[in-house]
Design a binder for this molecule. Structure first.
Ligand code: HEM
Length: 370
């Protein structure tokens, strides 16, 4: 029961429960012709369908390199693996003649006021999001994809993420904490609510978007460093007013329980919930801002030490939405200048479009695009 289905109207890795390990890898496409691009998508489809289902790789002939890295042993366990394929704006440049079918809102990620984007960890023609119960399952899948596409894909950047054990897909459900120590995901959308997902996450047929995009979703990936040394020296009260929630319980300021829903209409001056608290800016809960809801699916990351001797850790922010402008961009524009900025620094990521799913064995990822 740890198998996520590969075939369906949408790709896996978006609305299924988020497992404990994530990995994002951005690639440059080396293919130069439409035919090679198709071969790339077909190869990805074949590999991902196999890896997600698990099984035994072909027999080993010691005269050749083994067909599988062996990282997971002789039998590949699925371990809730999902590999989600998304394309970046650069894939729609002159190389493949795809400019006419680019998702309308897909652009190269631009910098926001608090960003310090490192070009070495930004953008890409292709984004693969790996999620599984273990980091090994993700690494195994990444290596299998890399091995199958040497003339088609070049790795550009990657980042591993993790979530606390409590969020594992088995056992009691608890909201994961991020590396600032706050519960992250309390007010997130319910991914099992199909109606909400159809409205907020998936591109629908009744829009101006190219027909092939229906069932896909805009994916935002942001590497957001947390200045944890500074945060750990900040008074609890200040931490809580910056976020807008109680650190221990996760309850919104002025409320009792984690899932009590705030209502800001009686608090126009921000006496209970500061007007610039992260959660109030992110979702002011007015009729007009209903259109700006997004599905968040982030991980934490930790990757060594900066040149200044500080911990390099933070949030691997990932969100899905049917409109990039009404979703992530509108929310981020409201957050620009928020007090939390003193403790965070976005350093990388990109905007991508998650391809629609593959309905059955006859199809392949990106089929509608080509
Ligand atoms: C809520 C932390 C970045 C959008 C929250 C919550 C926390 C949090 C603790 C409250 C719990 C919850 O409802 O999930 C952080 C941290 C960030 C970060 C530490 C950066 C390192 C972002 C970004 C966006 C965003 C970049 C989008 C542009 C939201 C939204 C909510 C939220 C929409 C829910 C608000 C609500 O519906 O009440 N965040 N966040 N956050 N955050 Fe963030």
């Amino acid at each position: 029961e740890q198998v996520q289905p590969f075939y369906g109207p949408h790709q896996a890795g978006i609305v299924n429960p988020v497992p404990a390990a994530g990995l994002v890898a951005a690639f440059d496409v080396l293919a130069t012709s439409r035919a090679d691009l198709e071969r790339m998508f077909r190869t990805l489809t074949e590999r991902i369908a196999f890896l997600m289902a698990g099984g035994t790789p072909p027999e080993i002939d010691p005269k050749f390199p083994p067909p599988d890295s062996g990282v997971l042993g002789p039998v590949i366990v699925p371990d809730n693996l999902t590999v989600t394929v998304a394309v970046g704006a650069s894939l729609f440049d002159q190389r493949f003649g795809l400019a006419g079918v680019k998702p309308l809102e897909l652009t190269t990620m631009v910098r926001f006021s608090n960003d310090a984007l490192d070009p070495e960890t930004c953008h890409g023609d292709l984004m693969l999001q790996f999620c599984a119960n273990t980091p090994e399952a993700n690494i195994h899948a990444l290596r299998a994809v890399v091995k199958a596409t040497p003339d088609l894909l070049a790795l550009r950047w990657k980042l591993d993420g993790f979530l606390p054990a409590a969020t594992k897909t088995t056992g009691p459900k608890e909201t994961a904490r991020n590396l600032l120590g706050f519960k992250d995901g309390t007010a997130n959308l319910d991914p099992t609510d199909g109606t909400a997902m159809d409205r907020i996450v998936w591109v629908r047929p009744d829009t101006a978007e190219p027909a092939w995009t229906v069932g896909g979703s805009y994916q935002v990936v942001r590497i957001i460093r947390n200045f944890v040394e500074r945060w750990d020296r900040t008074p609890l009260q200040e931490q809580q007013t910056i976020i807008g929630r109680d650190k221990a319980s996760g309850a919104a300021l002025g409320l009792k329980a984690e899932h009590d829903v705030p209502d800001y209409s009686g608090d126009p001056e921000g006496k209970v919930m500061p007007l610039d608290a992260h959660i109030r800016l992110a979702n002011p809960r007015t009729a007009a801002t209903e259109a700006n809801l997004i599905l968040r699916r982030p991980f934490n990351y930790s990757r060594g030490v900066t040149k200044a001797g500080q911990l390099d850790m933070g949030l691997l922010f990932i969100s899905f939405q049917s409109s990039l402008k009404a979703g992530f961009i509108a929310v981020q524009e409201r957050l620009n200048g928020e007090p939390l900025e003193e403790y965070i620094k976005p350093t990388g990521g990109g905007y991508f479009f998650t391809l629609p799913g593959v309905p059955d064995k006859d199809g392949y990822l990106g089929q509608g695009l080509l």
